[in-house]
Design a protein around this ligand. Structure first.
Ligand code: FES
Ligand SMILES: [Fe+2]
Length: 375
């Protein structure tokens, strides 16, 4: 773990973590009994909502002859394939009718299943749980062992809040997307701007980290005085002298939680980097806060403007990086700035090992660690 430089896995075959929830699609893409398509870990999905509001996600492929089910008709209860009219209950995938059968046919329709996955809406997204059997391309009825974990959500600390979203597609593997976003050293070079910082603002930092379940935490600390949430907290009248505290967690498979709190005031984000295909991922940022709620029409567009600019800087950098990665060069991770990236890879391997052996995840961090870098 402490090698000064260590190769970054550059796998051609994607190594994806299954048995987790992933955000597949924004909720606003589905209206009424409409159907929408999404791609998640190379798997085409058709997503919708039943009349009772229950979200569903099916593999976008009819079990009969493979035509995408998204070409079919959905009446709010059953999805009818456009080719031969087989009908499916979309939450469990069970076949309800095969119009070509005669009364003499013995085929048991209810034993036929289209592939459907657990699906739930949270914070404006359809989240889909992909079980390990999906990795082997399992078709038909999904069997999921044990209880499902909770669907991830933005931490919220009051009943009323504002919620907004930003996203960007990145032309790289999910690993590069994740380590690119957790990397502290690119800030002064990639995110230069008059309103935030220049490369000359670079200075030495010391941050404490600790292991948490399936991840690690940058321990509660006063946020950097030039960070936007910190300035906002001050502006929002976090009482003089009141402490402003921020915590940043990374949790497998792809979740980054950031919480800034001062007294009653809070601002939090949940950022995910989701594998779309082996060579493409998508960053989704959900931000929620209870500051300036009365001024939302003014604050929201400004916040979104700067958020988008920031995300665009990362996107542009990763587009350039993708150019370089085409020739599969050797890469390195250095201490301490790339240590979180090393933890990410170690956690991921520990998770594969735990899944393979059916044991608890052996956390790669033994205890709290202090990292130092300049950024
Ligand atoms: S392909 Fe779907 S019913 Fe035949
Ligand atoms: Fe960045």
């Amino acid at each position: 773990m402490n090698d000064a430089a260590q190769p970054v896995p550059q796998k051609v075959e994607p190594e994806w973590l299954y048995d987790f929830w992933y955000p597949a699609l924004r909720s606003n893409r589905v209206r009424d009994a409409g159907l929408a398509r999404a791609m998640l870990m190379g798997l085409p999905l058709v997503i919708g909502r039943k009349r009772d509001g229950a979200a569903f996600a099916m593999r976008d492929s009819c079990p009969h002859r493979g035509i995408p089910l998204s070409y079919g008709q959905f009446d709010g209860a059953e999805l009818e394939c456009c080719y031969h009219g087989w009908r499916f209950e979309p939450s469990g995938g069970q076949c309800q009718a095969i119009p070509s059968l005669t009364s003499a046919d013995k085929l048991k329709v209810d034993r036929i299943y289209a592939t459907s996955f657990p699906c739930a809406e949270r914070d404006g997204f359809f989240w889909v749980f992909l079980p390990r059997s999906a990795a082997q391309g399992a078709a038909g009825q999904m069997r999921i062992e044990g209880a499902l974990p909770a669907v991830p959500e933005v931490p919220k600390f009051s009943e009323k809040y504002v919620l907004t979203h930003l996203d960007a597609r990145l032309p790289c593997s999910v690993d590069h997307g994740i380590i690119g976003l957790m990397d502290p050293a690119h800030g002064p070079f990639v995110h230069q701007s008059w309103w935030w910082r220049s490369r000359h603002s670079i200075h030495e930092k010391e941050k404490k980290f600790e292991p948490i379940a399936n991840g690690f935490r940058m321990s509660a600390h006063a946020p950097s005085s030039n960070s936007a949430p910190y300035r906002l907290m001050r502006l929002a009248g976090a009482k003089a002298g009141a402490t402003v505290e921020t915590t940043i967690d990374f949790v497998l498979p792809n979740l980054r939680y950031e919480v800034v709190r001062s007294g009653e005031a809070w601002f939090s984000t949940l950022t995910t980097v989701t594998p779309v295909t082996a060579s493409e991922c998508r960053v989704d940022v959900r931000a929620a806060w209870n500051l300036f709620r009365w001024a939302t029409p003014l604050v929201l567009p400004i916040g979104r403007y700067f958020g988008k600019k920031f995300l665009r800087q990362d996107q542009l950098t990763m587009e350039r990086q993708a150019e370089g990665l085409k020739s599969n060069p050797n890469l390195m991770l250095i201490d301490d700035a790339d240590r979180p990236a090393k933890w990410y890879f170690a956690l991921k391997q520990a998770c594969f090992e735990a899944q393979r052996t059916g044991t608890a995840l052996r956390h790669p961090m033994e205890g709290p660690v202090t990292l130092r870098w300049r950024s």
